[in-house]
Design a protein around this ligand. Structure first.
Ligand SMILES: [Zn+2]
Ligand SMILES: [Zn+2]
Length: 261
């Protein structure tokens, strides 16, 4: 048995359309889900929370949009990290460059990084084969689903019973409607393959909450069409049947390291 004082630790290094990266560790194995900032900036964000890229074991990629992959190639080469990426996503990333090692996965099939079990599942987003993940270790499971236009039954099924959830709260509906984006872009964001709104996120969380849900992190907020306060105020109304703490991930700085029981 491992003697770790926590089951899993989670730290959002960045979240939003300018870059996404989440650090997850069980105390022995540490991974990044996405690395959408420059390599040097990822190192800085890790260091700001006392974490080191030297301790990473792998990078896992959700989809090919640049806000999720910008630093993947350089970090993989610099720290000899395997990159778990599904084949369609990899094909859609010609600028990734050489990877230390690419390990293909398929949505629906669990894979392991050492003892950490990672289950990828399909999400609805305008990318080749976008994935959300649940990650399980020491009896604790966390769920990550950002960049999705709708929370399908499959997404809801996978995110049940997680101790921590990272959910998208991309936009406030009236800010998007009255905001400066051109009509086609507004349409894209609202579409089934776009991004979840604050009320969508609230509805999803209301359904997913359970007694053992410890923490919910809202992510991928639009800087133009949302504010952290609006997202927090709207989505926090969903938490009626548990004592989960709700926080909002930031684009420009790492969040605290959250240690799960
Ligand atoms: Zn994104
Ligand atoms: Zn995306």
């Amino acid at each position: 048995m491992k003697q770790s004082p926590f089951s899993l630790a989670v730290c959002t290094l960045a979240s939003g359309s300018k870059g996404n990266a989440t650090y997850i560790s069980d105390g022995e194995t540490s991974i990044l889900v996405d690395a959408g900032l420059s390599g040097i900036e990822i190192q800085r964000r890790l260091a700001s929370r006392g974490l080191s890229p030297e301790d990473l074991d792998a990078i896992i990629v959700t989809h090919e949009h640049s806000d999720h992959i910008r630093g993947v190639g350089i970090l993989s080469r610099r720290y000899n990290l395997p990159v778990f990426i599904n084949p369609k996503t990899h094909q859609a990333c010609p600028r990734l460059g050489r990877l230390h090692e690419a390990r293909p996965f398929e949505c629906g099939t669990t894979f392991h990084v050492n003892d950490m079990a990672v289950h990828p599942f399909a999400i609805s987003h305008d990318a080749q084969d976008p994935a959300g993940f649940t990650i399980g270790q020491n009896g604790t499971t966390i769920g990550i689903a950002t960049d999705l236009g709708i929370a399908t039954a499959m997404v809801r099924q996978h995110l049940k019973r997680c101790a921590l959830l990272i959910l998208e709260a991309n936009h406030d509906l009236s800010m998007l409607e009255t905001g400066p984006y051109p009509w086609p872009l507004k349409q894209r964001i609202r579409s089934r393959t776009g991004h979840l709104s604050n009320p969508d996120s609230k509805k999803l969380l209301n359904e997913l909450q359970h007694d053992d849900l410890q923490h919910v992190i809202l992510g991928h907020l639009s800087e133009i069409n949302n504010t952290p306060q609006k997202a927090f105020d709207e989505v926090s109304g969903a938490i009626t049947r548990c004592n989960a703490e709700l926080t909002v991930a930031d684009q420009y700085s790492s969040g605290p390291v959250i240690y799960l029981k």
